[in-house]
Write a protein that binds this ligand. Structure first.
Ligand code: ZN
Length: 282
């Protein structure tokens, strides 16, 4: 009887041990599964530089970049409406000086010339240039960025003088009308916002600020990819009736990823997109 009891007790102990091991196994499996989704989502950098985890659907574009986009993601993905400011012949920026201007050559990862540009736009532009390089498109550089009211005024006057010099029969008013097709009166140029850049190919000076830039490797790459970095080709060929400005394949404007992608997909220029958004919200 005694031996039988011992055997029964040992049997119960063995069963309990098996159950405990099984329960531990289940617990470990559950904990690992719970940890897995967080580990597989793409990390993003917050303002403080800390790594955060975002649900994958919030970062759809992340997977499409060759470079490590994380340091630039906050800039590219901004939806701050301040980046949709409309400045054109009908909407003056006055002599406002934007508050977040930085020198482009202060960036340590890409060598731009000495231009001032809005801080967020510069971060996005840096990512754009690094990505272009990784695609084999080298030499994209800034040839104009922020311009003050006074500088725009001087530029406009210089262009008017040149038109009159080339055609002395023109009145001042006629010369100004000609210049307004390719430049802007002071206050009416979005270069004053620090959000616009004129880009060129350092290896091909002949296409600098020329329509032929559109057909260069850099021009083609920019037209196709700029929106992924929050930039739009501001004066497309087919929109000159709306923008009032002739085709400028070199002039890019930062608006943020969401707006840039929407404009590209819908075939809208900034004037049309702002109207579209206003109607959506009314
Ligand atoms: Zn420009």
């Amino acid at each position: 009887m005694h031996g039988k009891k011992e055997k029964t007790a040992r049997g119960i102990c063995a069963i309990l041990a098996v159950l405990i091991v099984a329960a531990l196994g289940v617990l470990v499996t559950v904990l690992v599964r719970r940890a897995e989704p967080a580990a597989s989502t793409a990390p993003s950098l917050s303002d403080s530089g800390e790594s955060q985890t975002l649900p994958e659907e919030e970062t759809p574009a992340m997977m499409n970049y060759h470079i490590d986009i994380r340091p630039y993601l906050d800039a590219i993905m901004t939806t701050d409406p301040a980046f949709l400011v409309l400045v054109n012949p009908a909407h003056s920026y006055g002599d406002t000086v934007p508050s977040d201007l930085v020198w482009a050559d202060e960036t340590t990862v890409y060598s731009f010339g000495r231009y001032q540009i809005e801080k967020t736009a510069l971060e996005a532009l840096t990512a754009l240039c690094l990505e272009a390089e990784s695609d084999g498109v080298r030499g994209i550089d800034i040839t104009s960025a922020y311009r003050s009211f006074d500088k725009q005024n001087a530029l406009f006057e210089t262009y008017c003088d040149r038109e009159i010099r080339e055609n002395p029969a023109l009145t001042r008013k006629q010369a100004e009308a000609l210049v307004e097709r390719y430049s802007c009166r002071p206050g009416r140029s979005e270069h004053q916002t620090g959000l616009a850049v004129d880009l060129w190919d350092k290896n091909d000076t002949s296409t600098r600020l020329e329509e032929s830039f559109a057909d260069t490797e850099a021009g083609l790459w920019l037209a196709e990819n700029a929106a992924r970095f929050g930039f739009v080709l501001r004066f497309p060929k087919e929109k000159s009736d709306v923008t009032g400005i002739d085709f400028e394949p070199w002039h890019f404007r930062f608006v943020g990823y969401e707006a840039a992608m929407a404009m590209k997909e819908k075939g809208m220029c900034l004037e049309e997109y702002i109207d579209y958004i206003a109607k959506q919200n009314s």
